[in-house]
Design a protein around this ligand. Structure first.
Ligand code: MN
Length: 131
């Protein structure tokens, strides 16, 4: 359990995934914010300044990589860890995610046993290796 709750913003259009991630992360002591599309996600990020942002690549209208680029181009989010989440197993997704500025990459289906560890690693200041 974290002594001071970290806030995670999850931008995802699939409600089932949002509920799953919220349940898992809240059980670990995180505060979880949800947005269903990129516009909401950008606004919520600006308003709440989360410690870490999870972004589904496949969002309606503006996709998750475009949102990532927008966030990383905004000074207040340059150092905020952003992790891409995708169901696509096509080669090149990891590279495209990193090129868009994502600090990491998680593939669906989300491994709920592993997710908290992944999040915790990205919240450590020295762990932004992009792997
Ligand atoms: Mn989606």
């Amino acid at each position: 359990m974290l002594s001071q709750p970290s806030t995670v913003l999850y931008v995802e259009d699939n409600e089932g995934n949002r509920m799953l991630v919220r349940r898992v992360l809240e059980a670990e002591g995180y505060s979880v914010l949800e947005a269903g599309n990129a516009t909401e996600g950008f606004e919520l990020a600006q308003e709440k300044r989360p410690d870490l942002i999870l972004i589904d690549i496949n969002l309606p209208e503006t996709d998750g990589l475009t949102l990532t680029s927008r966030l990383k181009a905004t000074p207040s989010f340059m150092s905020t860890p952003i992790i891409a989440i995708t169901a696509n197993v096509m080669r090149g997704d990891r590279e495209r995610s990193l090129a868009a500025g994502c600090d990491g990459y998680i593939q669906k289906p989300i491994d709920v046993d592993f997710l908290p560890l992944q999040i915790a690693q990205y919240l450590q200041p020295d762990s932004h290796t992009g792997s």
